[in-house]
Design a protein around this ligand. Structure first.
Ligand code: FAD
Ligand code: UDP
Length: 372
């Protein structure tokens, strides 16, 4: 018998397991994958930590969250500053003076603001109603057309007019020459990868891999007082109100016999006609082409990220948090509240476009409530 059966050895499930185990509870963690760490899983390939499920950069403004994750690994000083390629043009991200200067030849913040104001006025947008209008009102039409429209259309499988504004509000717009993709006070990548963080969290906890909850739901539930479920909430309820929508991805990883393929960890391809959204070159997350580490590793590893429609059986990487799906989720949430012995957590259990820091915060709050 266990106090907690935790479904999912990702970040949410593992924090819950770690804290519950520390408090003396009997815990079993299961995961249907063959490895722990969920989507933050990293794997050493010939000396390079490869982010197997897409680039993961930890960032937060919350000191408690930062201190918490730093217990499990040392973080480097990586600052995300992707480059965007549109046809034969190259721009810095997020949208900042470097982007504006390259786009329009402007030099000062005032010139950039005037250019954007002009384009917003021309578009006649007062209160943005969708992602397209939101984007144009933030950065003007030129940047929207070259850096946002195609990328977003590929990523979400829908035109920007049919997408909620909040997605583009994730990105900073600033009138300084600063290419930092995030505004948060703390940022970095764990030296030695993310998997070790989860390994340390799960030290002393029983873990069963290759175990799908739904294949033995009844038996598993009988073994524990409470279940912490971090899989898809609609699947848990057998899609009784219908399917929530997700976006999936296909990752194509290859080892190349060159030292430095693209000079940056993240390069976005913003044209609609290029089928992938970004190429990640993993060694740049660890500065393996710089300073004393330069030449320490042979070759490089890159991953192309191809967005795709989600169908049952695919990995549901992104929840699609538009109005229709949020309403449907609200119905599942009501059902979840009636399941006295099941706690729903994480990106899929809560159907939210959560970053890692959000998940750490949610998991710590949830386990705290549960244990006290
Ligand atoms: P998951 O990592 O999805 O873990 C859930 C686990 O449950 C999985 O291991 C799954 O196999 C298991 N599971 C599901 N159903 C079952 C079942 N029926 N039976 C058994 N096991 C089951 N965040 C950032 O902060 N910075 C970034 O740069 C960043 N980049 C990202 C890039 C991509 C491409 C993606 C997809 C996400 C990114 N994120 C990033 C978000 C980050 O991955 C999540 O916030 C975090 O991993 C969520 O943790 P979780 O435990 O909720 O979910
Ligand atoms: N985005 C874009 N062009 C880019 C990068 C991002 O239009 O070059 C938009 C796109 O809609 C994306 C959103 O901004 O879904 C949020 O980007 P973020 O990098 O936060 O996405 P994630 O890393 O979660 O995939």
């Amino acid at each position: 018998m266990y106090d907690f059966l935790i479904v999912g050895a990702g970040l949410f499930g593992s924090i819950f397991a770690h804290e519950a185990n520390k408090a003396g509870k009997r815990v079993l963690v299961i995961d249907k994958r063959s490895h722990i760490a969920g989507n933050i899983y990293t794997e050493n390939m010939d000396g390079i930590q490869v982010h197997k499920y897409g680039a993961h950069i930890f960032h937060t403004n919350n000191k408690k969250v930062w201190d918490y994750v730093n217990q499990f690994a040392e973080f480097n000083r990586y600052t995300n500053s992707p480059v965007a390629v549109y046809k034969d043009e190259l721009y810095n991200l997020p949208f900042n003076m470097n982007t504006f200067s390259r786009m329009w030849g402007v030099k000062t913040p005032e010139e950039a603001k005037n250019k954007i104001d002009e384009q917003v006025k021309e578009a006649g947008i007062k209160e943005p109603q969708n992602l397209e209008e939101q984007a144009i009102s933030m950065v003007g039409k030129d940047i929207y057309e070259k850096l946002i429209e195609g990328y977003t259309g590929k990523q979400w499988g829908r035109p920007c007019r049919e997408l909620p504004s909040f997605i583009i509000k994730r990105l900073p717009v600033r009138f300084t020459y600063d290419n930092n993709y995030f505004n948060d006070r703390y940022q970095g990548i764990p030296t030695g990868g993310y998997t070790q963080i989860i390994e340390r969290m799960l030290e002393g906890v029983e873990v069963k891999l290759n175990t799908d909850f739904f294949e033995q739901k009844e038996e598993l539930m009988k073994q524990a007082e409470k279940v912490v479920f971090t899989g898809m909430i609609d699947e848990y309820f057998d899609y009784c109100y219908g399917e929530l929508e997700y976006r999936s991805l296909r990752f194509e990883t290859e080892k190349l016999d060159v030292d430095n393929y693209q000079g940056n960890a993240v390069v976005n391809y913003t044209e609609y006609d290029v089928p992938y959204t970004r190429i990640i070159e993993h060694k740049h997350f660890e500065f393996l082409c710089q300073g004393e580490k330069s030449g320490s590793v042979q070759g490089t590893v890159i991953t192309r990220e191809y967005p795709s429609d989600w169908q049952k059986g695919d990995e549901p990487y992104y929840p699609m948090n538009d109005n229709r799906n949020n309403k449907l989720y609200a119905k599942y949430k009501k059902l979840a509240e009636q399941e006295a012995n099941v706690i729903f957590g994480g990106r899929l259990g809560m159907y939210k476009y959560y970053d890692m820091h959000n998940v750490v915060e949610e998991a710590l709050n949830t386990v705290d409530k549960c244990l006290n």
